[in-house]
Design a protein around this ligand. Structure first.
Ligand code: TYD
Ligand code: MG
Length: 451
């Protein structure tokens, strides 16, 4: 019987039934190669050897996954309570954000009890040593290997048998079996696959650094996310010193937690109270700013939203939004115009969330609306006031979840008043010394504060 073959692109990994000169998926030329498909009988022979019967849930092991601390509480929290032995964590972020720094820093604590192999394809061993000196990483349990060939890394792993493996970065690795260049989707996929096998077979905890390109994907369209156990993203603006660690996928915990760090001379420092950091330097008695409280996982975080409304000199006003979803911001401006009674149609509008935080919770709507209104009328929102509430299309305010928890945080940071949507039931756990102002619509909120 004629053996069937398939074709696939070595750049993007797409499969095709026939050969083509140009990949119709990623557009690169001469990248499609032929691979013999595994014959059916061969596949069957393999699986016959290790036939396994399904088991009922009750028969399965219930032992919890084995966890250990990274020594950095903010990272442990994002991981869902520490690193899981034998898991593979993908650590993404744009270049220069501090990925290598953070992973080198966790070595200090973890190396007290475990051995780590740090594979660097980006820096020389000398550069890594200099960085380690600066970060005061001094331990006999950290082994460094400057290598990019996947086969050689596997050999070293066999002989060194570390408890943990750090790969910096996945884009520099290549497997000699494929003839595409390092960093191509096919290579990145293949190397991650091999690392995943190592993690599962030997119980080695693997941290893999992956650079995020301009479009925000790790080497192509999120090709790795489905393969690994946990995906963390390191975010933040490079000019500002704080960084936010966010989990996009976690097979061992919740994905809502964030960790906040600050880049200092001595590496990344944890920021246990992000609200204080995000609010520091807030202008007083100035129009166009309002504070809100959003939930980042289980943690309430206070954030400042700023808006600038200026008379437009264009036919179509210019509008941008930073940190708040653009479409959401446009929707809020439309609601303000139509239901809030402020004629902002001919105004350019700029919205910014301070500190590189990106807010995706509707609870921040009211603060954004008030900041816009305040800038338009040039009347400041009181400094001791926080606004929480989702804004609907008719200009009504909708209640938000975990309101009590948010108010406790607001009180802790010294605010005196909080404007919230009208509550149907009485709130119980409200601390003394904070005044709640309940409103039904944005028009009501405007009348109270900026009219
Ligand atoms: P790095 O960890 O190399 O980024 P990545 O691995 O994500 O590409 O971080 C590089 C930046 O961090 C660089 O601009 C210098 C800065 N940095 C400090 O400010 N303090 C430090 O102690 C270290 C090690 C780096
Ligand atoms: Mg690096």
């Amino acid at each position: 019987m004629k053996q069937k073959t398939t074709y696939y692109c070595t750049e993007c990994g797409n499969e095709f039934p026939k050969w083509m000169g140009q990949c119709s998926s990623c557009g690169s030329w001469n990248t499609i190669i032929e691979v013999p498909a595994e014959s059916k009988s061969a596949k069957n022979a393999v699986s016959r050897g290790i036939k396994r019967l399904p088991r009922t849930l009750a028969e399965l092991d219930t032992a919890e996954e084995e966890r250990f601390s990274s020594g950095i509480a903010e990272l442990d929290r994002v991981l869902g309570g520490g690193c899981v032995k034998g898991s593979l964590v993908l650590f993404g972020g744009s270049p220069g954000i501090g990925k290598s720094t953070l992973l080198l820093q966790i070595c200090v604590y973890i190396c007290r009890e475990q051995t780590i192999l740090y594979v660097t394809g980006e820096e020389s061993e000398r550069q890594l040593k200099m960085r380690a000196e600066r970060l005061k990483v001094r331990t006999g349990n950290l082994f460094v290997l400057s290598e990019t060939n996947m086969d050689d890394i596997l050999d070293t792993l066999e002989s060194a048998k570390p408890d943990m493996l750090i790969i910096d970065s996945i884009q520099t690795l290549y497997s000699p079996e494929l003839n595409s260049s390092a960093g191509s989707v096919a290579q990145v996929k293949e190397c991650t696959n091999q690392l995943m096998k190592i993690a599962k077979t030997y119980g080695v905890t693997v941290f893999v650094i992956g650079h995020v390109n301009k479009e925000g994907a790790i080497a192509g369209p999120k090709v790795l996310e489905h393969m690994v156990d946990c995906v963390l993203y390191f975010e933040g603006i490079q000019s500002a010193s704080h960084r936010i660690l966010r989990s996009a996928k976690n097979r061992f915990g919740s994905t809502n937690e964030i960790g906040v760090f600050e880049m200092t001379e001595a590496g990344l420092q944890e920021v246990p109270n992000p609200s204080e950091l995000l609010l520091s330097g807030r202008p007083e008695n100035t129009p166009g700013t309002c504070v809100t409280c959003v939930m980042e996982g289980t943690r309430p975080v206070l954030a400042e939203i700023q808006a600038l409304m200026t008379m437009s000199s264009f036919n179509v006003p210019r509008r941008t939004s930073n940190g708040l979803d653009y479409n959401r911001a446009m929707l809020l401006m439309a609601v303000i115009e139509k239901r809030g009674g402020l004629k902002i149609g001919g105004f350019d509008g700029y919205i910014n969330v301070i500190g590189g935080l990106s807010i995706d919770e509707p609870a921040a709507d009211l603060a954004a609306v008030l900041a816009i209104g305040s800038s338009y009328t040039d009347k400041p929102i009181p400094d001791d006031l926080v606004a929480i509430g989702e804004v609907g299309l008719t200009g009504e305010l909708r209640s938000v979840t975990q309101l009590e928890q948010r108010i406790v945080e607001i009180k802790r940071l010294g605010f005196k008043r909080c404007i919230i949507p009208m509550q149907r039931r009485k709130l119980i756990n409200i601390p003394d010394g904070i005044k709640l102002i309940e409103v039904k619509t944005i028009r009501e909120a405007f009348e109270l504060l900026i009219k």
